[in-house]
Design a protein around this ligand. Structure first.
Ligand code: NAD
Length: 508
């Protein structure tokens, strides 16, 4: 019998306007990746009709929310920040149970979400446009921003608290209303976040919640009442959403997707720092961050020493229960992920990898009930067309690839269809600049791991990683459109470019 850990006091629901829908024609379970027998909760499965009703509720709430003072909208976020602050540990624990990330990582994610809420609270009183000059002295010209209307926010499981907040906060602050569909793998934390918005006093209909998988997601994307789709997830789903959205000529789609990030270790790198950066980049969150490094490029003069220390460190990583703060990493998200990652491990061998640490399923008593994998590390020469060093694996699977010189390293880095994150480990300021200019990426780091977002920085990538609408603070550009607003303070009409105002046709 599965052990049901969900508290009987928690009612799982969808939220459509003021209505909490606790049941639906179908339901689904969220299970803990650390123990597949543990049911975190049973959720109503959002239907296409639920999605449409949620969009209608968001549309109905839009006018009043948009007309509210921006500062009053921002003040709702102050209350939300206080609520989050009061339950950081409880939120982190729920997240650890539901998605398998170690509780210390979950805590850091809750704090990151809190920072986003605090950022928009402060932004409420900051300037939102520009005052610009006009050719005509009596005219004042302004650039102002307006919300688009209704945003659909569709999010992945691996950052179930911070990524939704990166999208919800700027959208709502700017006066849009939202339908939020969390991942079907992390509905509990998605719902908890929605409850906090309600408790903070956001009016009914401003934030709506629909649970479920691609059925609910596609219904949102197909709905003509949605002005903006804010999506974070895999490339295949992002592409599908772009294709469906092409039917709506005025639809904005922001898609943040997968990656094949890399750490580049130059010949002059400090070895200990380079190993620490490599281990964190490859194996934090069991390699299931969008920015996780699937590749470590190491100068050929350093590679033997690097490999020895890297493998020796990886063997010592503590992998176990996400609820134990001393563990470095926990399980992967579900059985499907286990099979996919093990499939890539086998493919690497077929592609000629020299295996340095053969990560397999962990079957000890602590690990057997869950989806635990140990690291898979291999050395591979760069050759065009190898799938394992070009495709996103999204697991503890990393290739160590030698390079001859900086040109060679940049060519290897760019030889993937993704472009999200990069770290360069070097003491050479010319090399830093070279990689910044020659590599295709959205977030770059020097002498750091290739993970480590902060909310006031834009978060996004290029190529198959993103379509140019970074999340977090940068999202303001996407969830608003700019208007020009020109006011004449004179008593007669004067036009720019010397355009005549003579109506009668006589000489000016
Ligand atoms: P996923 O693409 O499987 O699912 C993401 C969301 O899309 C879920 O809510 C899912 O229900 C929904 N969805 C699925 N099919 C849909 C459809 N046809 N129409 C509309 N919605 C649909 O991704 P995942 O497994 O939850 O997350 C892992 C992926 O997310 C990885 O590729 C990772 O790199 C990426 N990711 C990217 C970023 C970033 O900022 N670039 C951040 C986190 C994760």
């Amino acid at each position: 019998m599965p052990v049901t850990m969900s508290s009987p006091l928690i009612k799982w629901f969808q939220l459509i306007g003021e209505r909490r829908l606790e049941s639906a024609d179908a339901s689904f379970e969220s299970r803990s990746p650390a123990n597949w027998q543990e049911v975190v909760g049973t959720f109503p499965s959002g239907s296409a009709m639920d999605a449409q009703k949620a969009v209608a509720a968001a549309r109905a709430a839009y006018s009043a929310w948009r007309r509210m003072s921006r500062i009053h909208r921002a003040e709702c976020f102050d209350r939300l920040a206080q609520l989050i602050h009061g339950q950081v540990d409880a939120l982190a624990e729920l997240m650890a149970r539901e998605c398998g990330k170690v509780v210390t990582e979950c805590r850091a994610e809750v704090i990151e979400g809190l920072h986003m809420v605090q950022y928009v609270f402060g932004a409420g009183r900051m300037p939102t446009g520009d005052v610009v000059a006009s050719e005509i002295a009596e005219k004042d010209a302004f650039v102002r921003r307006k919300p688009w209307g209704v945003c659909a926010v569709i999010t992945p499981w691996n950052f179930p608290f911070a990524v939704p907040l990166w999208m919800l906060c700027p959208s709502l602050l700017e006066g849009n209303t939202v339908v939020f569909k969390p991942s079907e793998d992390t509905p509990a934390i998605g719902q908890k976040l929605t409850e906090l918005f309600l408790e903070a006093g956001f009016p009914p209909g401003v934030l709506n919640l629909v649970h479920g998988d691609h059925v609910a997601g596609e219904a949102l994307v197909r709905d003509p009442g949605v002005n903006v789709v804010l999506f974070t997830g895999s490339y295949d789903v992002g592409k599908r959403i772009q294709q469906l959205s092409a039917e709506h000529f005025d639809r904005i789609v922001a898609a943040e997707m997968g990656s094949k990030a890399a750490v580049i270790v130059c010949a002059d790198a400090r070895l200990d720092l380079a190993v620490t950066c490599g281990i964190i980049s490859a194996f934090k969150t069991s390699g299931q961050r969008c920015v996780s490094a699937g590749r470590i490029l190491v100068h050929e003069s350093l590679i033997d020493r690097y490999v020895e220390k890297f493998v020796e460190t990886a063997k010592r990583l503590k992998i176990g229960s996400p609820l134990h703060a001393t563990n470095f990493t926990g399980p992967v998200i579900h059985q499907g992920a286990v099979e996919k990652i093990l499939g890539y491990n086998e493919l690497a061998k077929k592609e000629g990898a020299k295996v340095l640490l053969d990560g397999g399923r962990m079957t000890g008593s602590e690990h057997a009930p869950g989806c635990y994998l140990s690291p898979f590390i291999y050395r591979q020469e760069h050759k065009p067309g190898l799938r394992t060093i070009r495709e996103e694996v999204f697991g503890p699977h990393v290739a160590i690839i030698p390079f001859r010189d900086n040109d060679h390293a940049a060519r290897i880095y760019n030889d993937t269809e993704y472009g999200l994150s990069l770290a360069v480990i070097t003491e050479d300021y010319r090399a830093m600049r070279f990689f910044r200019e020659e590599c295709e990426f959205g977030m770059g780091y020097v002498n750091l791991p290739c993970i480590g977002a902060e909310v006031h920085l834009p978060f996004g990538g290029v190529k198959k990683s993103g379509n140019g609408h970074p999340s977090a603070a940068g999202l303001v550009e996407t969830v608003t459109h700019k208007i020009a607003w020109t006011v004449n303070h004179g008593t007669e009409v004067k036009m720019a470019q010397g355009l005549t105002t003579n109506i009668e046709g006589s000489p000016a």
